[in-house]
Design a protein around this ligand. Structure first.
Ligand SMILES: [Mg+2]
Length: 384
């Protein structure tokens, strides 16, 4: 047999209606009924149960509209700490088993099993992993498996709820062909409408359209879309342990003894990393503070928190960590803060992002900061 690039084997896991499923663990009255998790009156739907979806309710829909469509639904605000806890639990189960995985969002994971077929059957291995997650967390989860991330993710979507699906090598294009164009991740309403205006509704039609025409109609993205419609996608599974952190630190020109000054510095630095976090459209699950004394004694402390991107939630924790660490009446040479366990903001997680007016407020603040150019924030591997 000729030596060829090994066929990639990628699994994509996604917890089903994650927030709803967690709520049901705590309250059996939520089982079998239309349950909608989301912000308050002015907010949007974060997650809704499959029963609610039958009424036309979906994620990102304004709560008021969901109430009109589903007046008998149960509407709840959600519990970020509980969702973060279960997200970590699933992450840990996968981390203990998988050779290489990426946490794509709070409830979504990619696992790269390329080459593992020499040691075990990757499909059976993934079925067993799914069962273990269900047994240990009692949460429904689906997975898709294929030769790249995109097809695996679309396969997960097709497998839901609470199922799994493998699209083998060579079948990718055929699997995608009958699906609506909107099933391709990244194809939004605008692109869908543009494609529809030239009569394209299915992925098969994209694949059969000359690439030059697609490029003419939707620009450079048309080329990418054409490749995707043929089942091709090169995205790699980014290892979780190399997940970025965002940190900043400051060495004082003269050692600082004044506690008020240290607190003010800490707040400023926290605002900087918080800003950077939001610019990258991420949330952090771990906050760390570092103090160095004039004799180069360095202490740091970190704590896991419910995933957040808001300064007003991060600052009190940073202060608390500082006080736990700080040796009273000692001058400080260096102060640092680091946000890690970074997770993408996914559609469903808008409960974490979109609490009342907070998003608008932070956007206004960050827009203002953008006007003042770059800030001294560094991104790194998090080995502090
Ligand atoms: Mg999900």
């Amino acid at each position: 047999m000729a030596a060829t690039t090994p066929q990639r084997i990628i699994a994509h896991f996604d917890l089903d209606a994650f927030f709803v499923s967690v709520e049901r663990l705590f309250n059996p009255a939520y089982i079998g009924v239309p349950l909608i998790v989301g912000g308050k009156e002015r907010g949007v739907v974060s997650t809704c149960s499959y029963e609610a979806r039958q009424y036309g309710v979906h994620s990102a829909m304004p709560i008021q509209q969901a109430k009109r469509l589903c007046p008998n639904g149960i509407f709840i605000g959600g519990n970020r700490a509980a969702y973060s806890h279960y997200s970590r639990m699933v992450t840990q189960i996968i981390a203990d088993k998988a050779p290489l995985f990426e946490k794509a969002s709070i409830d979504e994971f990619y696992i790269d099993l390329t080459g593992m077929e020499r040691f075990f059957d990757p499909f059976q291995w993934t079925i067993d992993l799914r069962q273990q997650i269900i047994n240990e967390t009692k949460l429904p989860i689906s997975f898709g498996m294929s030769t790249n991330k995109m097809v695996a993710k679309i396969a997960t979507d097709a497998a839901k709820p609470n199922g799994y699906l493998q699209v083998p090598f060579g079948m990718e294009k055929e699997f995608l062909a009958p699906l609506a164009v909107g099933k391709i991740p990244g194809v939004g309403k605008n692109t869908q409408q543009t494609l529809e205006s030239i009569g394209i509704k299915t992925i098969r039609q994209i694949a059969e359209t000359p690439v030059a025409l697609l490029e003419k109609v939707i620009g450079k993205y048309g080329v990418e879309l054409w490749h995707k419609a043929h089942g091709k996608h090169e995205g790699i599974v980014a290892p979780y342990h190399e997940a970025k952190s965002i940190s900043t630190e400051r060495t004082f020109e003269e050692n600082v003894l004044d506690l008020d000054r240290l607190m003010a510095e800490l707040v400023t630095m926290t605002e900087r990393v918080g800003y950077e976090l939001r610019q990258e459209d991420k949330m952090a699950g771990c906050i760390a503070v570092k103090i160095r004394y004039p004799n180069f004694d360095t202490n740091s402390r970190q704590i896991a928190v419910p995933y957040t991107c808001y300064d007003d939630e991060i600052i009190p924790i940073a202060k608390e960590l500082f006080h736990q660490l700080y040796k009273k009446n000692q001058p400080v040479r260096l102060l640092g803060i680091r946000l890690s366990e970074l997770t993408n903001h996914a559609q469903q997680t808008n409960l974490f992002y979109n609490t009342e007016k907070k998003t608008d407020l932070y956007k206004a603040i960050d827009d203002l900061k953008n006007k003042f150019g770059k800030l001294a924030v560094k991104r790194g591997g998090g080995k502090n």
